[in-house]
Ligand binder design. Structure first.
Ligand SMILES: Cc1cc2nc3c(=O)[nH]c(=O)nc-3n(C[C@H](O)[C@H](O)[C@H](O)COP(=O)(O)OP(=O)(O)OC[C@H]3O[C@@H](n4cnc5c(N)ncnc54)[C@H](O)[C@@H]3O)c2cc1C
Length: 385
């Protein structure tokens, strides 16, 4: 399928593929098995300027948008989703700063992010606030010289490894979500520590950890935008970042498809390669159709984000839901056509099936996003009625 990508986008895509094949492929199983954070690969990505891709040029980035980020996420995820999400979480942790931060904040933090010298993370989820993100309890009390943070964030990607955290906390408890604000919190700030490190089903080389704030004093200049804007900025951020999760899903599905074709070509049963059986051909063809349809939707959603459109909630949600459901189905089918071997850790498809699952859960579960899409549909009906 022709997606009419520019020469620069082709270069970014092929560089990401090269890193994935030359550097990630040889270590992905070991990192997954040991649940080890991919620091060497993060360094490779930094050396190849991959963290510059999503940062504006005036802050030492390459000025790419959501589309370029998706190309990198897809290529990395084709080989290892755990590593892809460790990379993409830095973009997630930077977008609020990029879109709403002050000039001084951007000058202070973005060049180090662009260089890959510092990873970032985004912290919204709490033990009692997952899908119901408006139920967060972490507070940021205004005190002399800044804000005092108290609370616990849960399931934070890059937790413990990142240096820069965008943290959502309540500056006005009485207003609930409308009293939430966004803060930049640096690792090492007194009162900021790391709690439980999660042991996960998939994306096991990525770090998922609790953040604990106990009377953690944040300087006044680290609030992003104004108090009370935190929830609105977060909803916008997630609309912008969801195509990245969808690209991660397309990548893992593509990887599983390629592995399944390769295996069924080589595996001989009843005197012939499995791929010569019509039933296997049908499964592979359906896998390919779904991967391509997901890719087309993801690229369209990413281009919508980059177009400057005001509202892209629906297109981003559709891309994320569709691509993640495709990833789950395609990786499961890949295990099926590889039979017993596919179920074994010696082959990549069992990892891909484990890795695919998270794309249906994070950055808005698919159930919650289907609700959001149906709300948009109802609004539209009301307008035309
Ligand atoms: C590996 C991993 C990494 C993560 N990284 C981050 C991160 O970097 N930063 C961050 O802030 N968060 C992160 N999260 C949190 C993630 O976004 C949440 O897990 C997700 O939003 C779902 O919330 P929950 O786990 O509390 O599930 P719950 O909200 O408890 O939902 C449980 C189930 O109920 C369904 N459900 C809930 N409400 C509704 C509804 N209204 N309608 C229909 N169904 C509903 C859900 O779809 C789901 O199936 C991460 C999570 C994981 C597992």
């Amino acid at each position: 399928m022709e997606y009419f990508i520019t020469e620069q986008q082709k270069t970014i895509k092929s560089l990401a593929r090269r890193i994935a094949e030359e550097r990630i492929l040889p270590v992905r199983a070991e990192l997954d098995e040991k649940e080890e954070f991919p620091w060497t690969i993060m360094k490779d990505l930094a050396d190849a300027d991959m963290f510059r891709v999503f940062v504006p040029e005036q802050y030492e980035g390459l000025g790419g948008g959501c589309f370029e980020l998706c190309l990198v996420a897809e290529e990395l995820s084709r080989v290892c989703s755990g590593i892809a999400v460790s990379y993409a979480a830095t973009a997630l942790g930077s977008f609020t700063l990029m879109d709403y931060g002050s000039e001084a904040q951007k000058r202070k933090f973005l060049p180090a992010i662009a260089a890959g010298a510092k990873l970032a993370a985004f912290a919204l989820t709490e033990p009692t606030a997952g899908s119901d993100a408006g139920a967060i309890k972490t507070t940021a009390e205004k005190v002399e010289g800044g804000y005092l943070l108290n609370g616990t964030k849960q399931f934070i990607t890059n937790g413990g490894e990142a240096e820069i955290y965008t943290v959502i906390a309540l500056t006005d408890k009485s207003k609930g979500a409308r009293g939430a604000s966004s803060f930049l919190v640096e690792k090492g700030t007194p009162g900021f520590s790391f709690g439980k490190k999660e042991k996960k089903m998939g994306i096991r080389s990525s770090a998922t950890r609790e953040l604990v704030f106990r009377n953690c004093l944040i300087p006044e200049e680290n609030i992003i935008s104004k108090p009370g804007m935190g929830f609105i900025m977060t909803m916008k951020l997630l609309d912008r970042s969801r195509p990245g999760v969808a690209a991660q899903a397309v990548g893992v599905a593509q990887g599983a498809l390629e592995a399944a074709v390769e295996y069924t070509r080589q595996r001989i049963q009843f005197g012939h390669p499995l791929i010569s059986l019509p039933v296997v051909q049908d499964i592979l063809a359906d896998m390919a159709i779904h991967v391509e349809a997901a890719r087309a939707l993801v690229y369209a959603a990413a281009r919508t984000v980059d177009s400057g459109a005001k509202d892209f909630t629906e297109s981003s949600a559709m891309a994320k839901v569709f691509a993640s459901d495709v990833a789950m189905k395609v990786t499961t089918d890949a295990v099926q056509v590889c039979g017993g071997a596919g179920y074994m850790r010696d082959y990549p498809v069992e990892k891909m099936m484990r890795d695919a699952k998270i794309t249906q859960i994070y950055e808005g579960s698919n159930q919650v996003l289907r609700n959001a899409i149906s709300i948009e549909l109802r609004k539209r009906k009301a307008k035309t009625a």
